[in-house]
Design a protein around this ligand. Structure first.
Ligand code: ADP
Length: 400
């Protein structure tokens, strides 16, 4: 069975074509600069590539181009789109409507669009990409939506409610939704498999650390709390996002700097985080290099992230009444041995003890990095959201 996975962002459309008989990637690529030009970068399992500028006024033209490169020219991997058995779409926000993966219908597309207030940058392109896809494929090709928020719909009310007037929740849906759910679900299951345990018996803290970062308490395979909130701004400090800030500081800044709501949102989402604190960059590698050169603010930004991760591991261990494993994933989590070592130092009281030599220099590998006598296991688990989307799509199509 061949499955096409589509991940549409505001100005990009990433895709992977997978052969689900062995879960291998046949081809993958990215159409970007949608709306401001256009470019496609495409590669195949046997090293053939397309890397050209195009004209992508909307996601529809980008989708048409990806069909063209998959089916014709030097880097084609299939004769026609009829060979694709199903399509899985990553959708960012499912609100409270969707707590699991679902087959796309007209009603589902409408609901994804209706949720645009909650995810203005993401849900509209997700809906556009689904529509574009439905134009190309026959109605008989199943299209499936996998929601980033769905995994967190198991959070109890006491974890997802804010201490605001109740009508803010009732009228506007203001609550914690959580994000990166596809990743947290994939890595926590992969961890349970690697540990040889049933996920139902495990208490896991899953740390997804990349440009955007979130930490989730996974108890018995279910998300019971997570750091991202109403939007992906909440929680720990990120590349350009502030993470959690006292809301009064926000209204104070707004008044002092004379900012509109949109400008304030820009400040919090695009000018804060690593970039805002360091003044150097949003990228953890640049900060590491600057800190090594003696830049104090770069060092501070990196220390803030480490400190906040420690705090969440401790608080999630408290709410789960214990901890079996901590996992690190995402660009920073998978690649930064310094960060993993710092986070896991002085955590002996919680039963966490790292094997520092095993922890060094791992990139994209599934490895246990805790010492043999550590009560809590610590692992690096590479994430693979596309594979989870493809697996969900296959399972739904097969009626499992
Ligand atoms: P996104 O959230 O956009 O998917 P990624 O998961 O790719 O982002 O993570 C990007 C982050 O990972 C960047 O801050 C980058 O600096 C960091 N990163 C990548 N490689 C390394 C490395 N070797 N050491 C430290 N950080 C790294």
């Amino acid at each position: 069975m061949k499955i096409l996975v589509i991940n549409a962002g505001s100005s990009s459309l990433k895709y992977q074509l997978l052969d689900m008989d062995d879960e291998s990637v046949i081809a993958k690529g990215n159409c970007d600069r949608i709306g401001i030009g256009g470019h496609i970068k495409h590669s195949t399992y046997d090293g053939r590539e397309v890397d050209v500028d195009c004209d992508f006024p909307t996601h529809t033209e980008a989708f048409e181009k990806l069909v063209e490169v998959l089916t014709s020219g030097d880097a084609a991997v299939i004769k026609s789109m009829d060979e694709v058995n199903a399509v899985g779409h990553r959708v960012v926000h499912g609100g409270e409507v969707y707590n699991k993966t679902i087959l796309v219908t007209d009603e589902v597309i409408k609901q994804i669009e209706d949720l645009k207030d909650l995810a203005p940058i993401h849900n509209p392109p997700n809906a556009t990409a689904i529509r574009a896809c439905r134009k190309v494929f026959p109605a008989s090709t199943p299209q499936v939506a996998v929601f980033d928020t769905a995994f967190h719909q198991t959070m109890p009310e006491k974890a997802y409610m804010f201490g605001l007037p109740y009508e803010c929740y009732e009228k506007y849906g203001i609550r914690k939704y959580g994000f990166h759910g596809t990743s947290h679900r994939f890595v926590s299951q992969a961890l349970a498999d690697a540990m040889g345990k049933d996920i139902k018996d495990l208490k896991i803290v899953s740390c997804h650390l990349g440009n955007g970062s979130s930490i989730t308490a996974v108890e018995g395979g279910k998300s019971i709390d997570t750091t991202m909130g109403f939007t992906p701004l909440d929680g720990v400090i990120m590349g350009t996002r502030s993470g959690c800030v006292d809301a009064s500081a926000v209204t104070f800044i707004q008044n002092k700097m004379g900012l509109s709501p949109n400008e304030t949102s820009d400040l919090l989402n695009k000018k804060s985080g690593f970039l805002g604190v360091s003044g150097v960059s949003s990228d953890a590698r640049d900060l590491g290099a600057a800190a090594a050169d003696g830049n104090k603010r770069a060092k501070l930004a990196l220390e803030m992230l480490r400190y906040e991760i420690k705090k969440y591991i401790g608080s999630y261990a408290a709410v789960m009444n214990g901890l079996d494993a901590v996992l690190f994933t995402g660009g920073i989590g998978e690649n930064s041995d310094d960060l993993r070592e710092d986070v896991c130092s002085n955590m002996e009281y919680l039963g966490i003890k790292l094997d520092k030599s095993v922890n060094k220099g791992l990139h994209g590998k599934l490895v246990k990095i805790s010492a043999p006598d550590s009560k809590v296991e610590v692992w690096v688990v590479p994430t693979n959201e596309e594979l989870l989307i493809a697996r969900d799509t296959k399972a739904l199509v097969e009626g499992k």
